[in-house]
Design a protein around this ligand. Structure first.
Ligand SMILES: [Mn+2]
Length: 352
């Protein structure tokens, strides 16, 4: 049996609000989902598993129509769908009144249920969120009815407020594959058996790394699963090591080179990191005007010459403070306390 596993598409989200490319990113998320459907047209998997948060919020009627149209393009594939914590069901949710294509199987209840597929010898278990949060570990206690089938559990959660679960435990209960979603950084939790799909695309500037969908084959004996990146957007965090000599021109050159060298789908958070004179600041607003620069953060600490300060401020509060701090065990806390204290006594604002 062949399947595509995808999660956390968050249709309807508008990432990087306020940035000139924000609208494009919103459209890209729809296009990426259409790309997954395109892959299904070509590869004809038996199942398309969508592990929750297909929508970023309650879907509009017209949004569901768009999705249903895409589903109609892959009649040979059965689509298994659930609502996650973002698009959780409520009585008036359009999810419930939607007239889905025949190939769509939607978990309507918060109580675990399952769909059986005789021809493929597959049972798929799951539920939909009816609440923003579910703290009980409900997945851990689901037992598949027939162990001779290929039993798959559609999962959305993994943190304390969203159905915490133990992949190993679930597999021991008799499941052959856990198709998980919710955590936006994906990966194989148990190789070939439990996969956190990750969000199809990053939805936040801190979702670094590759995003995409998973293509797998499974039978009772083995699974084979591969990640397929969708390259519409990848956030990268880049650090520039600044010194006392760094200039704004130099930083602009660096950013320009970075943007020219790296592929157009990469977007950047830039960090300026280093020890500089405590009154140094850089023109971060200028860098933030660059295309594909999401934001710029200064992580600067002052390059004090403590020996010199001690000499110049001997027998004053500042001199005594430095001496006292130097008598303490030199761990991270002491060093930070020394730096913050000196900042305060010299009248500088405290650096982050
Ligand atoms: Mn979620």
């Amino acid at each position: 049996m062949k399947f595509i596993h995808v999660s956390d598409v968050h249709l309807g989200i508008k990432p990087d609000e306020g940035k000139p490319w924000s609208e494009k990113r919103a459209q890209d998320i729809w296009d990426s989902f259409a790309e997954v459907i395109g892959a299904a047209v070509e590869l004809k998997p038996d199942f398309l598993l969508i592990s929750g948060d297909l929508f970023h919020a309650q879907p509009l009627k017209k949004e569901l129509r768009e999705v249903n149209y895409l589903f109609s393009r892959i009649p040979q594939t059965k689509i298994i769908l659930m609502a996650g914590n973002h698009d959780y069901l409520r009585t008036k949710s359009y999810y419930l009144t939607m007239e889905w294509e025949e190939n769509v199987y939607f978990f309507r209840q918060e109580e675990p249920g399952h769909f059986d597929f005789e021809e493929e010898n597959v049972s798929i278990y799951g539920l939909s969120y009816w609440h923003r949060e579910i703290g009980e570990p409900v997945y851990d206690s689901i037992i598949p009815e027939d162990r001779s089938k290929i039993n798959i559990l559609l999962v959305h959660g993994g943190d304390l407020q969203h159905i915490p679960y133990h992949p190993k435990h679930i597999l021991e209960n008799g499941f052959d594959y856990i198709a998980a979603g919710h955590i936006h950084k994906g990966g194989q939790q148990i190789p070939g058996r439990a996969v956190m799909a990750g969000s199809l695309e990053p939805t936040d500037k801190n979702d670094v790394g590759s995003h995409g969908y998973w293509l797998g084959t499974i039978d009772k004996e083995h699974t084979d699963i591969h990640f397929h990146p969708v390259k519409k957007c990848e956030y990268c965090h880049e650090v520039y090591p600044v010194t006392g000599k760094t200039t704004n021109f130099e930083l602009c050159e660096w950013a320009k080179t970075l943007l020219a060298e790296r592929p157009g789908y990469q977007y950047f958070r830039l960090f300026l990191r280093g020890k500089v004179s405590p009154d140094t600041g850089f023109d971060t607003a200028k860098l933030e005007e660059f295309d594909r620069v999401v934001d710029v953060t200064e992580q600067l600490s002052p390059d004090y010459d403590y020996e010199k300060l001690k000499e110049n401020y001997k027998d004053t509060l500042l001199g005594n403070y430095i001496e006292e701090m130097e008598r303490r065990p030199q761990d991270v806390v002491t060093k930070k306390a020394l730096e913050y204290g000196v900042n305060a006594l010299l009248g500088y604002k405290i650096c982050r």
